[in-house]
Ligand binder design. Sequence first.
Ligand SMILES: [Zn+2]
Length: 585
Amino acid sequence: MGNAAVTFDRYLRYQELTDALHAFNEKYPDFVTLASVGKSYEGRDIWAVTLTNSRSGLPAEKPGMYVDGNIHAGEVTGSMAALHLIDYLLSRYGADEMVTKLLDSRSFYILPRINPDGAELYLTSPAHLRSSVRPFPDFRKYEDPPGLHAEDFDGNGLILSMRIRDDARGAWKVDPEDARLMTERSPLDTAGPFYHIYTEGVLKDAKGEWVEEVLPPFAHVATKYGLDLNRNFPSGFSTQTTGAGPYPLSEPETRCQVEFISQRPNIAGVLLYHTTGGMLFRPHSTIPDKDFAEEDVALYTAIGKLGENATGYPVICCYGDSSSGVLDDWCFDQLGLLAFTPELWDAVGRAAPEMKADFLKSPEKIDRRKLELKLLQWNDRELTGEGFVPWHKVTHPQFGAVEVGGWKVKEYRQNPPRHLLHAECHRMTAFAIGYALALPEVHIDEVKVSPLGENLYSVHAVVSNHGFLSTNITKQAVKQKAVRPDLVRLELPKGMELLNCEHQYEVGHLEGYAAGQKAWFYYVFPPQKGTVRVKWNVRVKGELANPELTVHLLSQRGGSKRAVVLLGDGGLRHEGTDNSAVDTV
Ligand SMILES: [Zn+2]
């Protein structure tokens, strides 16, 4: 099933992605709101899809699930997985119980391509770039950095590797087991041939001109695309982190994300789609787990378990790695949201599943040669050799006779080959659905009016959270004052008044059923504080034109509900979402 608008067997360019989103919007007007939420550095619209059943309430009245993708230029699987989530939810509404419940009770905010400029360059040229196309540091606007510039000088549409024979100084040799693989030369290797290996490219000096006569070895690959948008966020930001940018949120794309999330206080879950590696990263890169509440770390484990089961990819805390200033860190640190950064596509896991665990634990300790041999065997076995371009002789404009060859990185190592793309998207959608089902979900379970005496009544309401997570999501959110207490409010018709009580109660944060699972290990089960009963005394004074009383339940992250009760018949008449008071608290 699915929509004809998108087939998940190739990577969409910007215009195709834009058209697909408009097509969803036209086909499902009651479910899809499409908006441009900002402009990229080059002026492309950054699209956001808001997905919910609008007949069951406005997006802001429901707990929100935020999903974005493709902040890194080449991680185009992220865009496709985000589109897959849209397609999956829309095409299964009404036929699939889980999906129907989700679109009735939650809002999805999906931004499939945060970095449309970088992705477009990646998809339409041989260029490999990390993230933004804005030159960084700034002086690179004016001159190319000196050194080797990656370039498809033989014009086959790919930037591969380039090997140059140098029997005296070459650091690499042809692997004895597989001639495609280049292996480190040992000091015991005294007889060549030996090679230098470089990225396919040409040398430029500081003024951007070609250097006529240079002998290798030479400088590292130089790029003017030095920015990494996912190092530009405020939590843990450091200009010492590679690509971080000049200051936090210096870029239009990252500002757009932070504003979008900040302007939607109902967002209760966050997934940020990346590639590659087959793992689910979670915060924090600079703050250790022990500095966060134990309960929050346990919740990360619980939601992470859903992800591990759906994707087969393990959760990895990124503390201590070099990735500070990332968006999931900010979401958790500042907002107390359980943000994950799934790294989709797992060539290593496909080719050498037995090496995957060690590879994730300490990639620097892995036997790289063994792994690369396994990858080549996988290429032969499952990809009919498509993923690797054999070494072949080419004349280089500066170095003369060289050989070019290597992996087609874009669609085999950094992203899945096309025939595996759909499955990769599907497993991520399964995680997103599980996570969205775990969000808090408040209800007014009961409203009762009982007569107390002449013109006197008491009104009882029972409110609760039917979700897994509590309405604050984490202790961190409370500490950062990122989430308001849940409120229950009584609205009286003209001609009625309250007796010795306030019209609204702050009831704290309604716990989800996760709280009831906490003490399992010790066989001690503390009561959940997920259900609250509130009571008002009211008096009729004078003419009562309309005997309707309304109870409002307002939860920032758990949704907003209203229930109407009639003075005469005493019971709950109707429960629905509440748009009257979302922003008036
Ligand atoms: Zn990434």
